[in-house]
Design a protein around this ligand. Structure first.
Ligand code: ADP
Ligand code: 5GP
Length: 219
């Protein structure tokens, strides 16, 4: 059987990755298996253990590292996040396309281990909109939001390692675009989404980096 393809979805915090993944799974769930990560951060209201994340203590997380149960892990701002290995390998071997919604350091590690991985980066249309969505979500303190905006600025320098850039302006359009990119890759028809390649969006990236710089200085 043909193995499934592995897709990493990263993006600035607040760009809408979680929202896109939920909608993608409710619309096209038959196409994908979504990996559930382990983390040491506390659950947000409404988040469920085993659905949104496996919420672990630092000791439990470090035990998974020692026992080589994670494909990758990273420290993002102040917490550990990692991808459990067993589920991903089992799903790929069963021919399923697997999505990892993870940050940039982890994405690079996954690409090294599985060179065929497709890397996709999600952004809101502007840095102002990223901050507005983070504030609107009402789940983080202003201090954490500022740290995440600073991290977004740093991440804007890592976009060259990604294959596709997806701008999450209208949610439904964005979900269609993500599905089309992944299905295009699966069918080895990559021409139709050439406009979403990172290399086709260099001006946008330079612009948002400038905006993120002014936000990370506290504008
Ligand atoms: P992330 O997972 O990237 O940190 P979330 O999915 O939590 O981001 O989204 C951040 C906030 O932005 C949420 O309040 C969500 O409802 C909102 N949001 C997501 N997509 C859009 C969109 N296309 N337009 C407007 N708001 C959005
Ligand atoms: P949040 O706390 O907002 O849910 O996630 C913070 C960041 O951690 C996001 O960029 C998210 O994509 C990333 N993340 C979630 N799970 C993993 C994982 O398993 N590994 C890595 N490296 N990053 C993850």
């Amino acid at each position: 059987m043909k193995k499934g393809i592995l897709v990493v979805v990263s993006g600035f915090s607040g760009s809408g990755k979680g929202t896109i993944m939920k909608r993608l799974m409710s619309k096209y769930g038959e196409n994908y298996s979504l990996s559930v990560s382990a983390t040491t951060r506390a659950p947000r209201p409404g988040e469920v253990h085993g659905v949104d994340y496996f919420y672990l203590t630092t000791e439990e997380f470090e035990r998974m590292i020692e026992q080589d149960q994670l494909i990758e892990y990273a420290k993002y701002v102040t917490n550990y996040y990692g991808t459990p290995k067993a589920y991903v390998e089992e799903q790929l071997n069963a021919g399923r396309n697997v999505i990892l919604e993870i940050e940039m350091q982890g994405a690079i590690k996954v690409k090294k281990k599985y060179p065929e991985t497709i890397l996709l980066f999600v952004t809101a249309p502007s840095a102002g909109e990223v901050k507005k969505r983070l504030i609107g979500r009402n789940t983080e303190s202003m201090e954490v939001i500022d740290a995440r905006m600073q991290r977004a600025y740093e991440e804007s320098y890592g976009l060259d390692d990604y294959d596709y850039l997806v701008i999450n302006d209208d949610l439904e359009d964005c979900v269609e675009c993500v599905n089309s990119i992944i299905m295009g890759e699966r069918m080895e028809d990559t021409e139709k989404n050439a406009g979403c390649r990172v290399s086709a969006n260099i001006d946008f990236i330079n612009n948002i980096r400038e905006e993120l710089l002014s936000f990370s200085k506290g504008v």
